[in-house]
Write a protein that binds this ligand. Structure first.
Ligand code: CU
Length: 155
């Protein structure tokens, strides 16, 4: 028969291990607990586009809660010393219509984009409540070099 003196330490130990294991698992970059990663985007990271895109579309490895997630697209400048991208004016016009829980989501861009460098910043909540975030950038250049990437449509 267990006494109060043996029960309490055991319960405490169990909770301590549970917390430890939970923290360990959640800090591992695996699919075990469905942390959502960005798997694909259009425009692609580092793309140089001759035509202005109408949207920025992102695909994630797990379903995300759109209501608690954000994707913003901003004009950006590159710090000449560090090379880091600094967001300037936000240009996107918010989410496209769609479901509240999706693996694929897009934000609308205005019809007239100024040529330049654009930074996409995403912060998303997977359906398990875990938050992940990241950035990527692309360039709209109406007169690109011959070897530039143009993933979208005919010229
Ligand atoms: Cu997770």
């Amino acid at each position: 028969m267990l006494t109060a003196a043996t029960r309490w330490p055991r319960a405490f130990l169990f909770r301590g291990w549970g917390l430890f294991v939970w923290l360990l698992v959640c800090s591992m970059p695996t699919l075990l607990f469905a942390h959502a990663r960005l798997t694909r985007s259009l425009p692609m990271s580092n793309a140089v586009l001759a035509q202005p895109p109408a949207e920025v579309r992102c695909w994630f490895s797990e379903p995300i809660e759109v209501r608690f997630s954000t994707i913003t697209v901003s004009r950006a400048t590159r710090d000449p010393v560090t090379g880091a991208l600094q967001p300037q004016d936000r240009v996107d016009q918010g989410w496209q219509e769609g479901s509240k829980i999706v693996r694929e989501a897009a934000v609308i861009l205005p019809p007239s984009l100024v040529p330049g460098l654009y930074l996409v910043q995403w912060t998303i909540f997977a359906v398990d409540g875990h938050k992940t975030s990241g950035t990527f950038s692309w360039t709209y250049n109406p007169a690109p070099a011959a070897d530039s990437q143009t993933p979208r449509g005919p010229q």
